[in-house]
Design a protein around this ligand. Sequence first.
Ligand code: FAD
Ligand code: ZN
Length: 467
Amino acid sequence: MSDLVERFTAIVGPQGLVSDAAAVQALATDWRKRYAGAPLAVLKPATVEEVSAILRLATETRTAIVPQGGNTGLCGGATPDTSGQQVIVNLSRMRRVSNVDAIGNTISVEAGCTLAEVQRAAEEVDRLFPLSLASEGSCEIGGNLSTNAGGVHVLRYGTMRDLVLGLQVVLPSGEIWDGLRGLRKDNTGYDLKQLFIGAEGTLGIITAAVLKLFPKPKTKAIALAAFDTPQEALALLAHVQSTCGDRLTAFELMSAPCLALVRKHFAQIPPPFERSYSQYALIELSDCAQGDLDEMLQDALGDALDGGLIRDAVLADSLRQASDLWALRENISEAQAAEGKNIKHDISLPVASIADFIRDTDAELKRAYPHVRMVVFGHLGDGNLHYNVSAPEGVANGDFLREQPIINRIVHDAVHRFGGSISAEHGLGQYKREEILRYKSAVEMELMRTLKRSLDPLGIMNPGKVL
Ligand code: FAD
Ligand code: ZN
């Protein structure tokens, strides 16, 4: 063990140093297995004081730090480089829920709590923590904050940024900023917490947060609608919004290849319809008041069917069927991973232009690469598509991945033309760090660099990510 690793280990104790080689390798590899780093050490501190001491030592020795939560990020943000010099600081041991306030509707948690643990703690007091992602069993609050995670309920409750009242952050110097306030109103200058949300670990380490809770919905209705085009999806979204109002909690678009992939790799999930259609939308309504949401959704879909907007629909009539319908949506990423590597784009667009974007960009891609499979799904109500391009049937993934720079150029230039963003909810990490330079203005990039320099003058926080 090097002297430096010994000094870090003295801070966290032997139980805070990951020494098993396979465990180190797993934590040094990202979820998509696109990046594999070689860290100097992987530390798992147990308290904020330990995190502070780690960063003091890192500042003294100019050691680069890679913060890490559940390691489910999709842009390589939590993966170190291969220099053997960077230290992963994994927060997974810091998982205390310190306060659940059902009157103020707040919950105070450490950064290493998984999202699912926070959801459960809220449920125990009959409240809802609404952030919901397919990775919720493993991703952690610190990671959710640092990526400003989105997921399937943004339509109603907003992204992680909208769900935070206060943060505790350890700065690169080791100083602790205690901003753990649960206030709904606080206009005392700059809103510092917002700097760290979405910063992907480049400005400091988030160690705890006060989050917002909501009344827990008492009733839900879930349906899957089938139709021909994304244009119809937009019309259906508008129709459901105007008839069901803010009871609409999720509106998820899925193209036919998404369902085919899920059915291939998760054959136990029953097919929703006897035949397949080209597009689907998973729709969820929820309400705190008692009332017949099934009837409301059924009426909305009945109108859509009569008006020729959709071709078919199925309304879940049991919890089992509801969870089967959700499983079709939630297993798309896993099914894609099982199928092999693909070229992912997590993009944001003005909602109304989504159909035109898909039409134009699909056509452009198919001109350049006939037979590519468009695995397109996403949070239509938020204007967020996971616009993923898979190799044509029979083409080796490795060969296809070589086309990534050209495909990214086609897709991201189109996003830019339509006034969108090349990262909606996954961040930049190392995956899109270079790409963003093409689309953000020089003024915006320089403002980001100014903030980075003032908070992390030595550049030890997650170098090589975002900027
Ligand atoms: P990590 O992957 O460990 O880290 C992510 C970034 O945050 C890194 O840059 C890391 O350095 C930084 N970081 C982590 N913890 C801290 C901390 N305490 N302080 C400072 N920086 C920190 N994302 C969505 O937004 N919506 C989805 O619907 C969604 N679905 C997904 C489905 C699947 C199957 C998978 C695998 C991922 C999905 N994701 C989704 C992506 C991912 O789960 C989120 O980005 C999540 O917020 C990452 O949390 P994590 O704890 O795993 O973070
Ligand atoms: Zn998503």
